[in-house]
Design a protein around this ligand. Structure first.
Ligand SMILES: [Zn+2]
Length: 341
């Protein structure tokens, strides 16, 4: 009998729950319209109802391997507690894992959402045939994750992968983390908007300034559209994004020598605008990248450092969450019975 698992992607605004076979084939997805800001208990009620619905539906024809939940925050894996989640304020220090397990009577694995996205890309996306990868997620902030030999590298206190807070310029813009000149201050959607506003305020960017005045919803995506249309200031902003990513990735490539570095998150849709500067910077700075340059015909295919955009888009975290119960170091016995509501 084929087994299946259920993944939950708890986003900043809403939640998705999907059942996937262990082959990766998606069976069904439920999107709830519950806003996560309506409170923890309501969200968990809806989450458990959707999980039960999927488990009942597919449990008759499949073995059920368990539930994985991706949470946008710092997680204490041993205790199954969300330590801090800026977008989920009432979840801090709440025993999420125990609460969900109690309601469902089935094993639950929690994981940070950036790690889930990396697991998703490793399983069904850009890193399918790769044993290890580093993923950088460019969204409102910048997240990161490492997969070594197929497993997430959590680090001693579970905080590994804070790539967004690695230093690009020691005296650069101050960051919420306490450091200055973090990658997040150059390569996030927030940073792109800020750089556009700075250029507009300095009088260097008449087109962007006009767009900003006319549109209160001015966003990083609009800066990308201006870059595509040939606006030199917008293009320069994406060159800085690529440069900053290149500075940080060159350090990671030299230190880790992993076969793949995946760039995901909403900002990665501007790949064509920032990737030339990123690759240029890698080639300039990283001795390991030059020795494994994918553009070098003397380097064999298996020894190339691949730097690529993510393939799964917004589904990476959901797919990775469903992967969690299948990877669990001490796999729970398959739950053959159907969950009763
Ligand atoms: Zn920082």
């Amino acid at each position: 009998m084929q087994s299946f698992s259920i993944g939950v992607d708890l986003g900043g605004t809403n939640m998705r729950i999907a059942a996937l076979e262990d082959s990766g084939r998606r069976l069904e997805t439920i999107c709830t319209d519950t806003l996560v800001n309506r409170g923890r208990d309501r969200v968990i009620d809806e989450m458990c109802a959707a999980i039960t619905q999927l488990a009942d539906k597919f449990g008759a024809s499949h073995d059920f391997a368990g539930v994985g939940v991706g949470v946008p925050g710092i997680i204490d894996l041993e205790r199954g507690i969300v330590c801090a989640a800026p977008n989920l304020p009432d979840w801090a220090n709440y025993p999420v894992k125990a609460q969900i397990q109690e309601r469902l009577g089935t094993p639950v694995v929690l994981e940070n959402d950036a790690n889930c996205a990396a697991l998703g890309e490793k399983w069904m996306g850009a890193g399918r045939d790769i044993s290890g990868l580093c993923m950088v997620t460019l969204g409102t902030g910048v997240g990161g994750a490492f997969i070594f030999n197929g497993a997430v590298w959590h680090g001693m206190i579970g905080m590994a992968g804070e790539i967004g807070h690695m230093t690009v310029t020691p005296d650069g813009p101050s960051c919420g983390c306490g450091n200055r000149g973090c990658l997040e201050q150059f390569a996030s959607a927030t940073a792109i908007k800020r750089m556009a506003a700075e250029d507009a305020a300095a009088g260097n960017a008449p087109e962007l300034a006009r767009a900003m005045n006319e549109n209160p919803e001015f966003s990083a995506k609009m800066v990308f559209q201006y870059a595509l249309q040939g606006d030199p200031v917008a293009q320069q902003i994406f060159n800085r994004v690529g440069w900053a990513l290149g500075v940080v990735l060159s350090g990671l490539v030299d230190a880790l020598n992993l076969p793949m570095y995946v760039i995901g998150g909403g900002v990665s849709s501007a790949w064509e605008a920032f990737s030339p500067a990123l690759i240029r910077e890698l080639r300039r700075r990283s001795i390991v990248f030059r020795a494994s340059d994918p553009a070098d015909n003397h380097v064999s295919e298996k020894k190339k450092t691949i730097v690529t955009r993510a393939l799964l888009g917004g589904d990476a975290g959901l797919i990775g969450a469903a992967r969690l119960p299948l990877l669990s170091a001490d796999p729970p016995a398959m739950v053959r019975r159907r969950i009763s509501a």
